[in-house]
Design a protein around this ligand. Structure first.
Ligand code: SF4
Length: 280
């Protein structure tokens, strides 16, 4: 999840004109719908638990899923879930007030991890990775308790691209966050319906809609060892220099030519498979 600037409730007058907001919403909803279809994210009868941290991404996800729910060919339920991890100053009250006011079905969970973070955080490891792991465990437990068949997370296209860069640069592996992930014990399915939507669009949409964006308030995600913000800056800088670079990278994630990489598991080294052409 991304660290947010605490914006509070923005007035709609400060943001885009209504027709621009409607166009942006349509564009985002179309790509969320496409992602749901492409990766079979939601089935008839699903109870989708949306993890709402209070950041712009999760608000956008929740709002767009409710829009799609009204016209989707399949019937599914939505339940918003917020986990207060006990970081001092976290404004869960703003989140709950908005969920109640907007008529969402929701559940507010309190699962303090502040002490565990202090105790277990090792030098050199990032607060966000440990925090995410702890939160993932809580989400799985809540999904069981609430009877949720899918867990929807607000990761967007930029998150996927940054994860790809981190993986290549520092883990020697080509991978990213999957749009649909079945847990190791096969009891939970995590979905990322915003995987085709860029962060900048979400930021503009969240501002225009006046979502009550709150920060995670964790003191553990600001350390210098957290490479994610640095990769984000690099990606944004490259996009400014080469417009549509992110589009190309995202398209590349959906078009992997495994025989033109160095992974021996996918190469026809035993003589089987397609031969290389001289110009390859
Ligand atoms: S510390 Fe946790 S809640 Fe805060 S940004 Fe990192 S992962 Fe998200």
């Amino acid at each position: 999840m991304n660290q947010e600037v605490k914006l509070g409730q923005l007035s709609r007058a400060e943001s885009l004109p209504a027709d621009a907001v409607a166009a942006l919403e349509t564009s985002i909803a179309r790509r969320v719908g496409r992602a749901i279809k492409d990766f079979t994210m939601i089935d008839d009868g699903d109870r989708v638990m949306v993890a709402v941290s209070g950041g712009k991404d999760s608000w956008t996800l929740l709002h767009i899923l409710r829009k799609l729910q009204k016209r989707a060919p399949v019937k599914f339920e939505l339940i918003a879930v917020n986990i207060d991890q006990g970081y001092p100053g976290y404004r869960r009250d703003l989140i709950e007030a908005y969920l109640a006011r907007e008529g969402y079905t929701y559940y507010m969970a309190h699962n303090p991890t502040y002490d565990i973070m202090q105790e277990k955080l090792e030098p050199g490891s990032t607060g966000c990775s440990l925090c995410s792991r702890l939160r993932r465990g809580t989400l799985y437990r809540l999904a069981d308790e609430l009877g949720a068949s899918k867990i929807a997370l607000g990761h967007h296209a930029d998150d996927l691209l940054v994860t790809l860069l981190l993986s290549i640069f520092f883990r020697g592996e080509i991978r990213t966050m999957p749009p649909r992930l079945v847990s190791d014990d096969e009891r939970h399915v995590v979905i990322r319906p915003l995987c085709y939507v860029y962060e900048d669009e979400i930021r503009r949409y969240a501002q225009a809609m006046g979502f009550p964006v709150v920060s995670c308030a964790s003191p553990f995600c600001e350390d210098d060892s957290n490479m994610r913000p640095q990769m984000k800056r690099l990606l944004d800088q490259l996009e400014r220099q080469y417009p549509r670079l992110k589009n190309s990278m995202l398209a590349a994630l959906g078009k992997v030519n495994v025989t033109h990489l160095l992974d021996r598991r996918y190469l026809p080294l035993n003589g089987a498979g397609r031969r290389e052409s001289p110009s390859s």
